[in-house]
Design a protein around this ligand. Structure first.
Ligand SMILES: N[C@@H](CCC(=O)N[C@@H](CS)C(=O)NCC(=O)O)C(=O)O
Length: 220
């Protein structure tokens, strides 16, 4: 049995969607980041990086990094409907797109939420958030163009966990859930396809509701 740490407004939903799509047994343990539980001693013993999500494997290893967890689950359980296997030529495009998102899109996205950490002076926080948002849009446009030219999924006709991963990030939006998609029609169409999947729609909707509530109390 896997133990997934996260829940609430966190991005544990990416790994959770793979667990659900793969029919894998898991227990979800809530770590409340609004109460700093991700920096508490007990959690740091599990994941010294102090972030959620984290996944404890049946062997007792604790993995972190949402995309790595998603890929690990797909590979380990032979979920080739979620990730091309290592001997498939398409694996190269798949890895390239996954790493592009985690290395290039995600950090700017996260900076929009934690702009305060990056501003040298309090009064610069909004400018850092605005600049980070512009960077997300510019980097996301690369994906949008790929989808418009060769969609509907990131691997063309083939659905994969890339699309689950993208949907969880899109769900956050900037000022309200999923607002980034207002200017990205091909990404929006992909998001709607993911939402229509029986195991995904309700969970993504629940995340969006959590985010909408969280935004009201959140300070950048
Ligand atoms: N690179 C990590 C980032 C994880 C991350 O930033 N998680 C957020 C919650 S969605 C978190 O732990 N935030 C708390 C913080 O940064 O202090 C991943 O992709 O899993």
């Amino acid at each position: 049995m896997y133990i997934l740490y996260g829940g609430g407004v966190t991005r544990s939903l990416g790994p959770q969607l793979v667990l659900e799509e793969g029919n894998l047994a898991y227990d979800l343990r809530k770590i409340d980041i609004t109460k700093q539980e991700h920096r508490a001693e007990a959690f740091l013993k599990l994941n010294p990086a102090g972030y959620v999500p984290a996944l404890a494997t049946p062997e007792g290893d604790v993995l972190h990094e949402a995309a790595a967890i998603m890929l690990y689950l797909a590979d380990r359980h032979g979920l080739t409907d979620l990730a091309p296997s290592v001997d498939e030529p398409l694996r190269g495009v798949f890895l390239s797109r996954l790493f592009y998102f985690t290395n290039d899109v995600q950090p700017s996205f996260k900076r929009t939420y934690y702009a305060r950490r990056y501003a040298l002076r309090d009064e610069d926080t909004s400018a850092v958030a605005a600049q980070s948002e512009a960077m997300v849009r510019e980097r996301w446009q690369v994906i949008e163009n790929q989808l418009a030219a060769n969609g509907p999924y990131q691997l063309g006709e083939r659905f994969s966990l890339l699309d689950l991963h993208l949907a969880t990030w899109a769900a956050y939006g900037f000022r309200k859930p999923a607002d980034l998609l207002d200017d990205m029609p091909a990404s929006k169409a992909l998001f709607e396809r993911v939402m229509a999947r029986p195991k995904c729609g309700e969970l993504i909707k629940a995340l969006m509701d959590e985010i909408a509530g969280f935004r009201k109390t959140m300070k950048r």
